[in-house]
Design a protein around this ligand. Structure first.
Ligand code: HEC
Ligand code: HEC
Ligand code: HEC
Ligand code: HEC
Ligand code: HEC
Ligand code: HEC
Ligand code: HEC
Ligand code: HEC
Ligand code: HEC
Ligand code: HEC
Length: 274
């Protein structure tokens, strides 16, 4: 026998042993809990079967009515139940879970990941909208992302396990959430507009808006939220002293002159006019 085939047959032995003890553990539990097959979508091949989550539960096996299993009981608070999952899933993607809005609101892992019963598609917008009904309304507004069309989903912008950012949005800084797709709006530019580098949601309503361009408010009011007392050359005053403004300017939005609202790369674009 070559070394190679010894290794192979040794491996087979371990695999068979593993499978048979798995079969034993599951069969024992399933004898009484036939309806609790772990979801084959995932966790179909955990080496310890039911015990990986519920614990060895020896006392329960001896006297199931008198003794509960070790872990994950009906009355468990979501937080306690989640700890059983996090004992294995505390890796890279979940290090923000603790303290996230979902953790704080006591949302359980199993609201999005069915372990028993019908699988849930955690990435489907319906999973999220089931709890976030108020967002659904915005998705139908005239200026919106193609979310209902199925071209993008909530998880394109949100990481439901939590992030360091506002509203569990994806990225390292707030604008990453948007510039991952709208790369042309990513700086640096020669003349930056502070609210743009800070957070696109200063002006945009990402779930949808009645105002074109998914804006939160219509210009000039959008701009006047921050620029209350703008004095323009030739007494073009907006918001404060409109009596002095020529009629031609009054009807205009600030954007007619300050078209480069996202910032300018033009040598004389300091005022975002070009
Ligand atoms: C990945 C972890 C995991 C695995 C593996 C798992 N379970 Fe569960 N089990 C849970 C969670 C979480 C709940 C409670 C929430 C739910 O029902 O989805 C639960 C609930 C139960 C309940 C019902 C408790 C109640 O009050 O309704 C039974 C019974 C049960 N599991 C048995 C089993 C058996 C038998 C197996 C193996 C065939 C198994 N579980 C494998 C996580 C797991
Ligand atoms: C001899 C039958 C039997 C066997 C074997 C058995 N159980 Fe149970 N199990 C029960 C009964 C009975 C209950 C209580 C049901 C109830 O209260 O509705 C129960 C309850 C449970 C519950 C719910 C406990 C709670 O209070 O929420 C879980 C989870 C569970 N069993 C998991 C397991 C696991 C995992 C195994 C294998 C390690 C196992 N059971 C083996 C009969 C059994
Ligand atoms: C004993 C360790 C262990 C525990 C406890 C455990 N898991 Fe897992 N989980 C795994 C492993 C290993 C995989 C990957 C195996 C596979 O793909 O079947 C996995 C896969 C997953 C996946 C799918 C990953 C993918 O890429 O599709 C999800 C979601 C998940 N687990 C959620 C949970 C939840 C929710 C709980 C608690 C109810 C839980 N896990 C408890 C070990 C565990
Ligand atoms: C609000 C819904 C939601 C909750 C709550 C949730 N998840 Fe997830 N999970 C998702 C979605 C959606 C994905 C698909 C990957 C993605 O886009 O992040 C996912 C992916 C995963 C994966 C596979 C990919 C990865 O990140 O490794 C694992 C494992 C997982 N979740 C475990 C958990 C655990 C453990 C908990 C509880 C501590 C949990 N999830 C709570 C929605 C959720
Ligand atoms: C089981 C119910 C439930 C499900 C399912 C759910 N959420 Fe939540 N979510 C909550 C609760 C409760 C809060 C905290 C209260 C609030 O802000 O509404 C929350 C908060 C949030 C927040 C606000 C975060 C903050 O910092 O203000 C975002 C964003 C969010 N969820 C996104 C999602 C996404 C994306 C999904 C789908 C992958 C999802 N949720 C699925 C219940 C749920
Ligand atoms: C284009 C990116 C994007 C998409 C897609 C998106 N969101 Fe958001 N969401 C955001 C941003 C950015 C915020 C923070 C808004 C703010 O600060 O004004 C937010 C805020 C939230 C909040 C907390 C504040 C609120 O409005 O209630 C919830 C809950 C939420 N989103 C859920 C969802 C759900 C559910 C979906 C899918 C139907 C979804 N989001 C799709 C970017 C997005
Ligand atoms: C997953 C990719 C993706 C992400 C992430 C994304 N967008 Fe979009 N965005 C799109 C697509 C696709 C369109 C539609 C383009 C079209 O219809 O021509 C769009 C359109 C827009 C529009 C124009 C809407 C209109 O009515 O003309 C604005 C404004 C916008 N996005 C802002 C944002 C903001 C702000 C964020 C971050 C909160 C963001 N986007 C994140 C893909 C994305
Ligand atoms: C100071 C307010 C403000 C901020 C902050 C802002 N925008 Fe805008 N955005 C606007 C206005 C106003 C329009 C409409 C422009 C028009 O109609 O010509 C617009 C239009 C858009 C459009 C659609 C038209 C186009 O130019 O492609 C996209 C996409 C967009 N913004 C993305 C972003 C992204 C990404 C960010 C963050 C990096 C951001 N915006 C930050 C005010 C802002
Ligand atoms: C969330 C607050 C905010 C909003 C909304 C906002 N801005 Fe600004 N804007 C600022 C800040 C902060 C600066 C930089 C500080 C300064 O120079 O006053 C700035 C700078 C500017 C400048 C350059 C001023 C200079 O002295 O260099 C112009 C022009 C400008 N904004 C126009 C607009 C227009 C047009 C809108 C509407 C589409 C708008 N802003 C919306 C906060 C805002
Ligand atoms: C008719 C064209 C025009 C319109 C409309 C206009 N601006 Fe200006 N704005 C200018 C010019 C030109 C400058 C440059 C003045 C300078 O360089 O001294 C300027 C300068 C500014 C500055 C720089 C600070 C300052 O006081 O000089 C801000 C901020 C600003 N405008 C905001 C706005 C806002 C907000 C609106 C809408 C309410 C608006 N502008 C409408 C032409 C216009």
């Amino acid at each position: 026998m070559t070394n190679h085939s010894i290794r192979v047959s040794g491996l087979c032995f371990i695999v068979i042993l593993g499978l048979s003890s798995l079969a034993f553990a599951e069969t024992t539990c399933l004898r009484c809990h036939g309806d609790k097959q772990p979801n084959q979508f995932f966790h179909g091949n955990l080496s310890e079967g039911c015990s990986s989550c519920h614990g060895a539960s020896e006392a329960h096996l001896k006297s199931p009515i008198r003794n509960k299993p070790d872990r994950i009981l009906a009355g468990d608070a979501p937080h306690t139940q989640n700890q059983a999952c996090l004992s294995c899933h505390e890796g890279a993607d979940h290090h923000n879970w603790t303290g996230s809005a979902h953790d704080t609101a006591d949302v359980s892992c199993t609201s999005c990941h069915a372990v028993h019963g019908d699988p849930i598609d955690p990435g489907s917008i319906e999973t999220c909208l089931g709890c976030h009904q108020s967002v659904r309304t915005s998705l139908h507004l005239p200026s919106r992302h193609p979310i209902l069309e199925g071209l993008m989903g909530c998880v394109d912008c949100h990481e439901p396990h939590g992030t360091g950012l506002n509203a569990m949005t994806r990225g390292v800084i707030e604008t990453d959430t948007c510039t991952s797709c709208h790369a042309e709006k990513q700086g640096p530019v020669l003349f930056e507009h502070e609210p743009v580098t800070e957070d696109c949601a200063n002006c945009h309503e990402p779930h949808g808006s009645v105002i074109p361009g998914m804006l939160k408010t219509r210009p000039p009011f959008l701009c006047q939220q921050c620029h209350q007392a703008v004095d323009h050359p030739g007494q073009l005053a907006f918001g404060r002293n409109t009596a002095n403004a020529p009629a031609s300017a009054l009807g205009q939005s600030c954007l007619n002159c300050h078209g480069q609202v996202h910032g300018s790369n033009h040598p004389s674009g300091a005022r975002l006019t070009r």
